[in-house]
Design a protein around this ligand. Structure first.
Ligand code: NAD
Ligand code: UGA
Length: 499
């Protein structure tokens, strides 16, 4: 019943909707792809030379599909006219945000589904022709059930809807290479004629560039749960290595050697085993809390507690790192200048959602330190927004505002001048002093960005000349060669390594 797709609408022009549709449009010049959003500034930015998100390689891909070229017509559009785009589409992606609920039942754990529901209601109201509705947002297992009910209750008579699950696995900072060469595309459908035919129509869109054997189809509920499961398993690896990092610091073992030794076992594998100051980002914590909530509502408290511990270890890791800083700085941070290098939750993105930097800076401000922040991509107004009204920052006795404690600099040298300590919270290449490894043949051939980290590496000896003695480096990402910095006179504390 659901034939070939010619016209796609994507509701939600965020980190997922924008890059995903840019790649779909780029690889399927015969399709018309329209990305819609309620936010006018966001859509204006997508239509401008300054895209609303930073993602290596994104600009070129958007420009080609959006602006066209001598041999191709534009086929990627960004608009706030949600109704028109839904009306003309035969396939609609729902790629809106699904944050953790802040109030009501399940507050602090369950996913907020009101954005998804309002998008679904809008589709049902507007549609006068059959639509394939695709869950791109990460949602609790069985959400498609509610979607189907709403669509059939509101939809016009004779208009048929088929709901698919098609979770997204891209990671920020590598979104474009992840989308161009995905490990797999997952499509979940009802296992009946109409469901399978819709799944096959969506599979044909991806087949524009993804090999068929990487396009996996399965039942709806497995597909929905597989997304939460994948994020839970990835985050669980990070919490596992971070828990081991605490043992390393206490025993003289080195967590990088542990990760290497374990990662060479092909059953374990080497990825997602970098010890850190704690994972951030908009999804890992939210999705694990969602899984915890689902487990609780299914009366599986032991399962809920298991997944919750992944988040608990992450909070512990952030606090442990702050405590180490305080102890090393002689338990007194009052009025000491501390340089924080990196504010985004990982390199190659300007995204700060759930960044470890936010809670660590909050804790340091509570100690009355003077914090100076530098990040190559995060916008200053974003930093103020993230720190505004944040716990200890504003509750420190006598504190006027966060700006009494924090400054934002636009280069590493101003941030570090006169500082007692440097704290590295994001693994931006420019903070590293390690020898640059030659790219492997596979990496060299990967269709990745031309300008990941654009800034040159910082000059650590120049920084050392301007700092207060004794001068400390707390490396929350293990990006520095500690011995080389020690030769410059730094005292270096790394995650998972003895002090
Ligand atoms: P985002 O906040 O960047 O974008 C969501 C957009 O949806 C916003 O611009 C918002 O204005 C818009 N929106 C909300 N309700 C709308 C409505 N009713 N009509 C039109 N627009 C509406 O979120 P994101 O990071 O792109 O994440 C979207 C979903 O994808 C989430 O469920 C997330 O869990 C999942 N996901 C995110 C990532 C990631 O790396 N960010 C990766 C995989 C999956
Ligand atoms: C993650 C998943 O990797 C994606 O597959 C998924 O689609 C996405 O969540 C999502 O659902 O939103 P993302 O959060 O963008 O992607 O980035 P990751 O590379 O997974 O990193 C997440 C956090 O973990 C970052 O703070 C990163 O610094 C940290 N991390 C990552 C570590 O501390 N150690 C590692 O070994 C890897």
């Amino acid at each position: 019943p659901h034939g070939r797709v010619q016209n796609i609408c994507c509701i939600g022009a965020g980190y997922v909707g924008g890059p995903t549709c840019a790649v779909i449009a780029n690889k399927n010049p015969h399709l018309k792809v329209t990305v819609v959003d309620l936010s006018q500034p966001r859509i204006d930015a997508w239509n401008s030379p300054h895209l609303p998100i930073y993602e290596p390689g994104l600009q070129e891909i958007v420009e080609l599909a959006r602006d066209g070229s001598a041999d191709r017509k534009p086929n990627l559009f960004f608009s706030t006219d949600v109704d028109a785009a839904i009306a003309e589409a035969d396939l609609v992606f729902v790629s809106v945000n699904t944050p953790t609920k802040v109030s009501g039942t399940g507050a602090g754990f369950a996913s907020e589904l009101s954005y998804v529901e309002s998008a679904i209601r809008k589709i049902a109201e507007v549609a006068t022709t059959d639509k394939i509705v695709v869950e791109k947002s990460t949602v609790p297992v069985r959400t498609a059930d509610s979607m189907r009910e709403i669509l059939s209750a509101i939809g016009k008579p004779g208009v048929r809807f088929e709901v698919l699950s098609n979770p997204e696995f891209l990671a920020e900072g590598t979104a474009i290479p992840d989308l161009l060469t995905p490990d797999r595309i997952l499509i979940g459908s009802l296992v009946n004629e109409s469901g399978l035919s819709a799944a096959s129509a969506l599979a044909n869109v991806y087949a524009g560039w993804v090999p068929r054997d990487r396009i996996i189809t399965m039942n709806l509920w497995s597909s929905e749960l597989a997304k939460l499961a994948a994020n839970a398993l990835l985050a669980q690896r990070i919490s596992s290595i971070n828990a081991l990092s605490a043992i390393c610091e206490a025993t003289g073992a080195d967590v990088e050697e542990i990760a290497f030794a374990c990662g060479t076992d092909t059953r374990i594998g080497s990825k997602m085993l970098r010890a850190s100051v704690g994972f951030g980002g908009s999804c890992f914590k939210k999705d694990i809390l969602s899984l915890t909530y689902i487990s609780e509502t299914l009366h599986l408290p032991e399962v809920a507690a298991y997944w919750r511990s992944v988040v608990d270890i992450n909070e512990y890791q952030k606090d442990r790192f702050t405590n180490r800083i305080i102890t090393c700085l002689y338990n007194s941070l009052t009025n000491k200048k501390i340089a924080v290098l990196g504010f985004s939750y990982k390199k190659d993105t300007g995204d700060t959602r759930e960044s470890a930097a936010i809670s660590i800076i909050k804790n340091l401000a509570g100690e009355r330190a003077k914090i100076s922040i530098y990040d190559p991509k995060v916008e200053e107004r974003q930093i103020w927004q993230d720190l505004q009204g944040y716990g200890n920052v504003s509750s420190v006795a006598g504190a006027g505002s966060v700006k009494d404690f924090v400054t934002v600099e636009n280069n590493v040298y101003d941030a570090c001048a006169d500082a007692h300590a440097i704290i590295i919270l994001t693994e931006w290449d420019e903070f590293s002093n390690k020898a640059i490894a030659k790219p492997t043949a596979a990496q060299a051939n990967k269709p990745t960005n031309g300008h990941a980290s654009t800034n040159p590496r910082m000059d650590w000896s120049r920084v050392a000349d301007t700092m207060k003695r004794p001068m400390f480096v707390f490396d929350g990402r293990n990006v520095v060669d500690a011995r080389a910095l020690e030769e410059l006179g730094f005292r270096v504390e790394c995650i998972g390594k003895p002090g």
